[in-house]
Design a protein around this ligand. Sequence first.
Ligand code: PMP
Length: 423
Amino acid sequence: MLFERARQVFPGGVNSPARALKHLPSPLVAKAASGPYLYTDRGRLVDYCMAFGAIILGHAHPRVKRAVEEQLERGWIYALLTEQEVEFAEAIRRHMPSVEKMRIVNTGTEATMNAIRLARGYTKRDVIIKFDGNFHGSHDYVLVKAGSGAATWGIPTSAGVPQDVVKLTVVAPYNDVDAFLKAVREVGDRLAAVIAEPVAGNYGLIIPDAEFLKALREETKRVGALLIFDEVITGFRLGLGGAQGRFGIRPDLTTLGKVVGGGFPIGIFGGRAEVMDLIAPSGPVYNAGTYNAHPVSVAAGLAVLKELETGEPYRIADEAAGRLAKGIEDIAGRLGFDVVVKQISSMFQFYFKKGDVKTPQDVRESNEKMYLKLHEIALRHGVYLTPSQFEVNFTSATHTREVVEETLAALEKAFQQLKTEIG
Ligand code: PMP
Protein backbone atom coordinates (compact mmCIF):
# COMPACT_ATOMS: atom_id res chain seq x y z
CA MET A 1 0.00 0.00 0.00
CA LEU A 2 1.22 3.49 -0.87
CA PHE A 3 0.79 4.73 2.71
CA GLU A 4 3.14 2.02 3.94
CA ARG A 5 5.79 3.16 1.50
CA ALA A 6 5.09 6.78 2.39
CA ARG A 7 5.58 6.01 6.06
CA GLN A 8 9.04 4.68 5.30
CA VAL A 9 10.14 7.94 3.77
CA PHE A 10 8.04 10.69 5.41
CA PRO A 11 7.38 11.32 9.12
CA GLY A 12 3.78 10.23 9.64
CA GLY A 13 3.64 9.29 5.97
CA VAL A 14 2.91 12.84 4.78
CA ASN A 15 4.61 16.13 3.99
CA SER A 16 2.27 18.33 6.02
CA PRO A 17 0.35 17.25 9.14
CA ALA A 18 -3.12 18.34 8.00
CA ARG A 19 -2.92 15.79 5.17
CA ALA A 20 -2.63 12.86 7.56
CA LEU A 21 -6.34 12.74 8.60
CA LYS A 22 -6.05 11.47 12.16
CA HIS A 23 -9.54 9.91 12.12
CA LEU A 24 -8.88 7.72 9.06
CA PRO A 25 -6.59 4.72 8.77
CA SER A 26 -4.72 6.26 5.85
CA PRO A 27 -4.56 9.64 4.11
CA LEU A 28 -6.30 10.37 0.84
CA VAL A 29 -4.14 9.85 -2.21
CA ALA A 30 -4.70 12.40 -4.95
CA LYS A 31 -4.50 11.54 -8.61
CA ALA A 32 -5.97 14.61 -10.29
CA ALA A 33 -8.17 17.63 -9.69
CA SER A 34 -10.51 19.60 -11.91
CA GLY A 35 -13.09 22.27 -11.11
CA PRO A 36 -14.73 21.42 -7.78
CA TYR A 37 -13.57 17.80 -7.87
CA LEU A 38 -10.66 15.83 -6.51
CA TYR A 39 -9.93 12.44 -8.04
CA THR A 40 -8.49 10.21 -5.35
CA ASP A 41 -8.02 6.62 -4.28
CA ARG A 42 -11.54 6.92 -2.78
CA GLY A 43 -13.00 8.04 -6.08
CA ARG A 44 -14.29 11.43 -7.17
CA LEU A 45 -14.91 13.84 -4.33
CA VAL A 46 -16.47 17.30 -4.23
CA ASP A 47 -13.65 19.31 -2.68
CA TYR A 48 -14.34 21.78 0.13
CA CYS A 49 -10.76 21.96 1.31
CA MET A 50 -9.58 23.55 -1.95
CA ALA A 51 -5.93 23.16 -0.95
CA PHE A 52 -6.68 24.85 2.37
CA GLY A 53 -8.03 27.87 0.57
CA ALA A 54 -5.36 28.27 -2.11
CA ILE A 55 -7.85 27.73 -4.93
CA ILE A 56 -10.75 30.09 -5.57
CA LEU A 57 -11.38 29.68 -9.31
CA GLY A 58 -11.62 25.89 -9.13
CA HIS A 59 -8.92 23.30 -9.75
CA ALA A 60 -6.96 23.40 -13.02
CA HIS A 61 -8.66 26.58 -14.18
CA PRO A 62 -8.03 26.85 -17.95
CA ARG A 63 -6.90 30.49 -17.95
CA VAL A 64 -4.49 29.97 -15.06
CA LYS A 65 -3.17 26.90 -16.82
CA ARG A 66 -2.65 28.85 -20.02
CA ALA A 67 -0.83 31.67 -18.20
CA VAL A 68 1.50 29.12 -16.61
CA GLU A 69 2.09 27.35 -19.92
CA GLU A 70 2.92 30.65 -21.58
CA GLN A 71 5.36 31.40 -18.80
CA LEU A 72 7.00 27.99 -19.21
CA GLU A 73 7.55 28.75 -22.88
CA ARG A 74 9.57 31.79 -21.86
CA GLY A 75 11.61 29.87 -19.28
CA TRP A 76 10.55 29.64 -15.66
CA ILE A 77 13.16 31.33 -13.56
CA TYR A 78 15.49 34.25 -14.17
CA ALA A 79 16.23 35.63 -10.71
CA LEU A 80 15.89 39.07 -12.30
CA LEU A 81 13.27 41.79 -12.26
CA THR A 82 10.35 41.23 -14.65
CA GLU A 83 7.63 43.48 -16.01
CA GLN A 84 5.05 40.89 -15.02
CA GLU A 85 5.82 41.10 -11.30
CA VAL A 86 5.52 44.90 -11.41
CA GLU A 87 2.12 44.58 -13.06
CA PHE A 88 1.10 42.02 -10.44
CA ALA A 89 2.18 44.26 -7.56
CA GLU A 90 0.41 47.26 -9.07
CA ALA A 91 -2.81 45.24 -9.29
CA ILE A 92 -2.49 44.18 -5.66
CA ARG A 93 -1.88 47.74 -4.50
CA ARG A 94 -4.83 49.00 -6.52
CA HIS A 95 -7.16 46.62 -4.73
CA MET A 96 -5.52 46.80 -1.32
CA PRO A 97 -4.31 50.38 -0.96
CA SER A 98 -2.66 49.78 2.44
CA VAL A 99 -0.10 47.65 0.60
CA GLU A 100 1.87 50.56 -0.81
CA LYS A 101 5.01 48.51 -1.30
CA MET A 102 5.53 44.79 -1.03
CA ARG A 103 7.95 41.92 -1.34
CA ILE A 104 6.92 38.70 -3.02
CA VAL A 105 8.21 35.55 -1.34
CA ASN A 106 7.21 31.89 -1.57
CA THR A 107 4.94 30.97 1.33
CA GLY A 108 2.68 32.52 3.91
CA THR A 109 5.18 31.35 6.50
CA GLU A 110 7.93 33.46 4.98
CA ALA A 111 5.56 36.39 4.64
CA THR A 112 4.65 36.51 8.34
CA MET A 113 8.22 35.79 9.47
CA ASN A 114 9.51 38.73 7.45
CA ALA A 115 6.65 41.02 8.42
CA ILE A 116 7.42 40.40 12.08
CA ARG A 117 11.15 40.90 11.57
CA LEU A 118 10.40 44.13 9.73
CA ALA A 119 8.10 45.37 12.51
CA ARG A 120 10.87 44.69 15.00
CA GLY A 121 13.43 46.43 12.83
CA TYR A 122 11.17 49.43 12.37
CA THR A 123 10.08 49.88 15.98
CA LYS A 124 13.37 48.68 17.49
CA ARG A 125 11.26 46.68 19.94
CA ASP A 126 11.09 42.92 20.33
CA VAL A 127 7.76 41.63 21.72
CA ILE A 128 4.79 40.66 19.54
CA ILE A 129 1.23 39.86 20.50
CA LYS A 130 -0.53 37.07 18.63
CA PHE A 131 -3.87 35.45 19.28
CA ASP A 132 -4.84 32.08 20.61
CA GLY A 133 -5.79 29.76 17.75
CA ASN A 134 -4.56 32.07 14.98
CA PHE A 135 -2.07 30.42 12.66
CA HIS A 136 0.64 32.31 10.84
CA GLY A 137 2.72 29.49 9.40
CA SER A 138 5.40 27.24 10.80
CA HIS A 139 8.23 29.40 12.08
CA ASP A 140 9.45 30.00 15.60
CA TYR A 141 7.92 33.44 16.26
CA VAL A 142 4.37 32.18 15.83
CA LEU A 143 4.27 28.48 16.76
CA VAL A 144 2.92 29.43 20.16
CA LYS A 145 -0.72 28.49 20.82
CA ALA A 146 -1.21 28.11 17.08
CA GLY A 147 -4.25 26.85 15.19
CA SER A 148 -4.63 24.69 12.07
CA GLY A 149 -2.72 21.38 12.04
CA ALA A 150 -0.95 22.40 15.25
CA ALA A 151 -4.35 22.47 16.98
CA THR A 152 -5.66 19.36 15.23
CA TRP A 153 -2.67 17.37 16.41
CA GLY A 154 -2.66 18.83 19.93
CA ILE A 155 0.71 20.59 19.62
CA PRO A 156 -0.26 24.27 19.56
CA THR A 157 3.18 25.23 20.94
CA SER A 158 5.87 23.39 19.03
CA ALA A 159 8.79 21.61 20.62
CA GLY A 160 12.07 23.05 19.44
CA VAL A 161 11.05 26.69 19.71
CA PRO A 162 13.53 28.22 22.18
CA GLN A 163 12.02 29.50 25.43
CA ASP A 164 13.74 32.81 24.75
CA VAL A 165 11.70 33.12 21.57
CA VAL A 166 8.44 31.98 23.21
CA LYS A 167 8.92 34.74 25.80
CA LEU A 168 8.80 37.32 23.03
CA THR A 169 5.46 36.05 21.73
CA VAL A 170 2.64 37.07 24.04
CA VAL A 171 -0.62 35.23 23.35
CA ALA A 172 -3.97 36.93 23.91
CA PRO A 173 -7.47 35.44 23.54
CA TYR A 174 -9.01 36.13 20.12
CA ASN A 175 -11.98 38.47 19.81
CA ASP A 176 -11.74 39.74 23.39
CA VAL A 177 -11.11 43.48 23.53
CA ASP A 178 -10.53 43.74 27.29
CA ALA A 179 -8.04 40.89 27.35
CA PHE A 180 -6.22 42.44 24.41
CA LEU A 181 -5.99 45.84 26.10
CA LYS A 182 -4.66 44.13 29.21
CA ALA A 183 -2.00 42.30 27.18
CA VAL A 184 -0.90 45.57 25.58
CA ARG A 185 -0.61 47.21 29.00
CA GLU A 186 1.44 44.31 30.31
CA VAL A 187 3.86 44.32 27.40
CA GLY A 188 4.26 48.09 27.64
CA ASP A 189 6.86 49.82 25.54
CA ARG A 190 8.43 46.61 24.26
CA LEU A 191 5.54 45.96 21.87
CA ALA A 192 6.75 45.84 18.27
CA ALA A 193 3.65 44.46 16.59
CA VAL A 194 0.29 42.80 16.92
CA ILE A 195 -0.34 40.10 14.33
CA ALA A 196 -3.87 38.81 13.74
CA GLU A 197 -6.01 36.99 11.26
CA PRO A 198 -8.72 39.62 10.66
CA VAL A 199 -11.14 36.74 10.15
CA ALA A 200 -9.77 33.61 11.77
CA GLY A 201 -9.68 30.59 9.49
CA ASN A 202 -7.37 28.27 11.36
CA TYR A 203 -9.51 27.36 14.34
CA GLY A 204 -12.59 26.65 12.41
CA LEU A 205 -14.06 29.93 11.22
CA ILE A 206 -14.23 32.72 13.78
CA ILE A 207 -15.65 36.03 12.61
CA PRO A 208 -14.57 38.70 15.05
CA ASP A 209 -16.61 41.70 16.16
CA ALA A 210 -15.83 44.88 14.26
CA GLU A 211 -14.95 46.48 17.64
CA PHE A 212 -12.19 43.92 18.17
CA LEU A 213 -10.50 44.80 14.88
CA LYS A 214 -11.01 48.49 15.62
CA ALA A 215 -9.36 48.06 19.01
CA LEU A 216 -6.36 46.37 17.37
CA ARG A 217 -5.97 49.35 15.06
CA GLU A 218 -6.43 52.08 17.62
CA GLU A 219 -4.35 50.52 20.37
CA THR A 220 -1.34 49.64 18.21
CA LYS A 221 -1.34 53.16 16.85
CA ARG A 222 -1.57 54.62 20.34
CA VAL A 223 1.43 52.68 21.66
CA GLY A 224 3.58 53.01 18.53
CA ALA A 225 3.44 49.35 17.52
CA LEU A 226 2.59 48.05 14.07
CA LEU A 227 -0.59 46.18 13.20
CA ILE A 228 -0.03 43.20 10.92
CA PHE A 229 -3.09 41.65 9.30
CA ASP A 230 -2.37 38.11 8.21
CA GLU A 231 -4.61 37.84 5.16
CA VAL A 232 -3.01 34.69 3.77
CA ILE A 233 -6.48 33.12 3.75
CA THR A 234 -8.76 36.17 3.55
CA GLY A 235 -6.77 38.22 1.01
CA PHE A 236 -8.62 38.20 -2.31
CA ARG A 237 -11.08 35.69 -0.84
CA LEU A 238 -13.31 38.09 1.10
CA GLY A 239 -13.44 40.24 -2.04
CA LEU A 240 -10.70 42.18 -3.80
CA GLY A 241 -9.97 44.29 -0.73
CA GLY A 242 -9.66 41.33 1.62
CA ALA A 243 -10.85 41.49 5.23
CA GLN A 244 -9.30 44.95 5.63
CA GLY A 245 -11.49 46.27 2.81
CA ARG A 246 -14.54 44.61 4.20
CA PHE A 247 -14.07 45.88 7.76
CA GLY A 248 -12.63 49.23 6.70
CA ILE A 249 -9.42 48.91 8.68
CA ARG A 250 -6.00 49.86 7.36
CA PRO A 251 -3.22 47.78 8.90
CA ASP A 252 0.43 48.88 8.75
CA LEU A 253 1.52 45.59 7.22
CA THR A 254 -0.36 42.81 5.46
CA THR A 255 0.60 39.28 4.57
CA LEU A 256 -0.91 37.47 1.60
CA GLY A 257 -0.60 34.01 0.09
CA LYS A 258 -2.84 31.19 -1.15
CA VAL A 259 -5.47 32.72 -3.51
CA VAL A 260 -3.03 35.32 -4.81
CA GLY A 261 -0.73 32.60 -6.21
CA GLY A 262 -3.51 30.62 -7.87
CA GLY A 263 -2.30 27.37 -6.30
CA PHE A 264 1.41 27.95 -6.91
CA PRO A 265 3.75 28.73 -4.02
CA ILE A 266 3.54 32.36 -2.98
CA GLY A 267 3.66 34.70 -0.03
CA ILE A 268 3.64 38.48 0.02
CA PHE A 269 4.30 40.95 2.78
CA GLY A 270 3.68 44.60 2.25
CA GLY A 271 2.32 47.80 3.69
CA ARG A 272 3.31 51.38 4.48
CA ALA A 273 6.03 52.48 2.06
CA GLU A 274 8.02 54.12 4.84
CA VAL A 275 8.14 50.82 6.73
CA MET A 276 8.73 48.62 3.68
CA ASP A 277 11.67 50.78 2.65
CA LEU A 278 13.58 49.29 5.57
CA ILE A 279 13.79 46.02 3.59
CA ALA A 280 17.12 45.28 1.91
CA PRO A 281 18.48 46.54 -0.41
CA SER A 282 16.83 49.85 0.45
CA GLY A 283 17.19 49.29 4.20
CA PRO A 284 18.78 47.16 6.92
CA VAL A 285 16.08 44.47 7.45
CA TYR A 286 17.18 41.47 5.47
CA ASN A 287 15.06 39.33 3.20
CA ALA A 288 16.22 37.48 0.12
CA GLY A 289 15.15 34.42 -1.85
CA THR A 290 16.25 32.54 -4.94
CA TYR A 291 12.62 31.91 -5.77
CA ASN A 292 11.16 35.25 -4.67
CA ALA A 293 8.49 36.48 -7.12
CA HIS A 294 8.75 33.18 -8.96
CA PRO A 295 7.58 33.81 -12.54
CA VAL A 296 5.23 30.82 -12.58
CA SER A 297 3.49 31.86 -9.36
CA VAL A 298 3.30 35.46 -10.53
CA ALA A 299 1.84 34.42 -13.90
CA ALA A 300 -0.77 32.28 -12.15
CA GLY A 301 -1.52 35.03 -9.66
CA LEU A 302 -2.02 37.63 -12.36
CA ALA A 303 -4.40 35.32 -14.20
CA VAL A 304 -6.38 34.80 -10.99
CA LEU A 305 -6.61 38.53 -10.28
CA LYS A 306 -7.89 39.19 -13.79
CA GLU A 307 -10.68 36.66 -13.28
CA LEU A 308 -11.51 37.98 -9.81
CA GLU A 309 -11.74 41.53 -11.12
CA THR A 310 -14.84 40.52 -13.11
CA GLY A 311 -16.62 39.80 -9.82
CA GLU A 312 -18.17 36.63 -11.24
CA PRO A 313 -16.03 34.12 -9.27
CA TYR A 314 -17.00 35.79 -5.98
CA ARG A 315 -20.66 35.76 -6.93
CA ILE A 316 -20.66 32.00 -7.51
CA ALA A 317 -18.33 31.00 -4.68
CA ASP A 318 -20.05 33.20 -2.08
CA GLU A 319 -23.50 32.05 -3.12
CA ALA A 320 -22.38 28.42 -2.87
CA ALA A 321 -21.05 28.89 0.66
CA GLY A 322 -24.24 30.68 1.66
CA ARG A 323 -26.44 27.89 0.32
CA LEU A 324 -24.32 25.23 1.94
CA ALA A 325 -24.36 27.00 5.30
CA LYS A 326 -28.13 27.31 5.18
CA GLY A 327 -28.53 23.76 3.88
CA ILE A 328 -26.39 22.26 6.64
CA GLU A 329 -28.28 24.25 9.25
CA ASP A 330 -31.59 22.93 7.84
CA ILE A 331 -30.47 19.30 7.64
CA ALA A 332 -28.96 19.32 11.13
CA GLY A 333 -32.01 21.06 12.55
CA ARG A 334 -34.45 18.61 10.96
CA LEU A 335 -32.49 15.66 12.29
CA GLY A 336 -32.25 17.10 15.78
CA PHE A 337 -28.54 17.93 15.94
CA ASP A 338 -27.31 21.02 17.76
CA VAL A 339 -25.15 22.54 15.09
CA VAL A 340 -23.77 26.06 14.72
CA VAL A 341 -22.84 27.17 11.20
CA LYS A 342 -20.57 30.12 10.45
CA GLN A 343 -20.07 31.59 7.01
CA ILE A 344 -18.48 34.62 5.41
CA SER A 345 -17.96 34.98 1.66
CA SER A 346 -16.65 31.65 0.36
CA MET A 347 -15.63 30.30 3.78
CA PHE A 348 -17.80 28.24 6.11
CA GLN A 349 -17.54 25.83 8.99
CA PHE A 350 -19.98 24.07 11.28
CA TYR A 351 -19.72 22.88 14.86
CA PHE A 352 -21.60 20.31 16.85
CA LYS A 353 -22.57 22.48 19.78
CA LYS A 354 -25.28 24.68 21.23
CA GLY A 355 -25.01 28.45 21.35
CA ASP A 356 -22.66 30.39 19.14
CA VAL A 357 -19.02 30.40 18.05
CA LYS A 358 -17.25 33.70 18.65
CA THR A 359 -13.98 32.63 20.29
CA PRO A 360 -11.48 29.75 20.17
CA GLN A 361 -12.91 28.62 23.51
CA ASP A 362 -16.31 28.16 21.82
CA VAL A 363 -14.62 25.98 19.20
CA ARG A 364 -12.95 23.88 21.89
CA GLU A 365 -16.38 23.30 23.43
CA SER A 366 -17.76 21.79 20.24
CA ASN A 367 -17.89 18.05 19.65
CA GLU A 368 -14.84 17.38 17.51
CA LYS A 369 -15.48 13.60 17.44
CA MET A 370 -18.86 14.16 15.80
CA TYR A 371 -17.32 16.43 13.20
CA LEU A 372 -14.72 13.82 12.32
CA LYS A 373 -17.31 11.06 12.22
CA LEU A 374 -19.45 13.10 9.87
CA HIS A 375 -16.37 13.90 7.82
CA GLU A 376 -15.64 10.23 7.40
CA ILE A 377 -19.22 9.39 6.41
CA ALA A 378 -19.43 12.33 3.98
CA LEU A 379 -16.28 11.08 2.32
CA ARG A 380 -18.03 7.79 1.61
CA HIS A 381 -20.80 9.83 -0.03
CA GLY A 382 -18.34 11.65 -2.27
CA VAL A 383 -17.88 14.89 -0.33
CA TYR A 384 -14.51 15.97 1.01
CA LEU A 385 -15.22 18.43 3.78
CA THR A 386 -12.26 20.18 5.31
CA PRO A 387 -10.57 17.44 7.31
CA SER A 388 -10.55 19.02 10.76
CA GLN A 389 -12.80 20.99 13.06
CA PHE A 390 -9.87 23.43 13.23
CA GLU A 391 -9.87 24.19 9.51
CA VAL A 392 -12.37 25.91 7.24
CA ASN A 393 -14.41 24.78 4.25
CA PHE A 394 -13.89 26.77 1.06
CA THR A 395 -15.98 27.09 -2.07
CA SER A 396 -14.78 28.14 -5.50
CA ALA A 397 -16.16 29.60 -8.71
CA THR A 398 -16.83 26.04 -9.88
CA HIS A 399 -19.15 25.18 -6.98
CA THR A 400 -22.22 25.80 -9.07
CA ARG A 401 -25.82 25.33 -7.93
CA GLU A 402 -25.79 21.77 -9.25
CA VAL A 403 -22.63 20.93 -7.32
CA VAL A 404 -24.10 22.44 -4.16
CA GLU A 405 -27.33 20.46 -4.62
CA GLU A 406 -25.33 17.27 -5.14
CA THR A 407 -23.38 18.05 -1.97
CA LEU A 408 -26.43 18.78 0.15
CA ALA A 409 -28.09 15.54 -0.98
CA ALA A 410 -24.95 13.66 0.07
CA LEU A 411 -24.72 15.51 3.38
CA GLU A 412 -28.37 14.77 4.11
CA LYS A 413 -27.54 11.05 3.83
CA ALA A 414 -24.38 11.53 5.87
CA PHE A 415 -26.18 13.28 8.74
CA GLN A 416 -28.87 10.58 8.69
CA GLN A 417 -26.23 7.89 8.91
CA LEU A 418 -24.48 9.74 11.71
CA LYS A 419 -27.75 9.78 13.61
CA THR A 420 -28.15 6.03 13.14
CA GLU A 421 -24.57 5.32 14.14
CA ILE A 422 -24.65 7.32 17.34
CA GLY A 423 -28.04 5.82 18.16
N1 PMP B 1 -1.10 32.52 7.67
C1 PMP B 1 -2.33 32.00 7.60
C2 PMP B 1 -3.49 32.80 8.07
C3 PMP B 1 -2.50 30.71 7.08
O1 PMP B 1 -3.73 30.18 7.02
C4 PMP B 1 -1.39 29.99 6.63
C5 PMP B 1 -1.50 28.59 6.04
N2 PMP B 1 -2.62 27.87 6.32
C6 PMP B 1 -0.13 30.59 6.72
C7 PMP B 1 -0.02 31.86 7.24
C8 PMP B 1 1.09 29.88 6.24
O2 PMP B 1 1.10 29.85 4.86
P1 PMP B 1 1.97 28.75 4.07
O3 PMP B 1 1.32 27.44 4.33
O4 PMP B 1 1.92 29.20 2.65
O5 PMP B 1 3.35 28.84 4.65
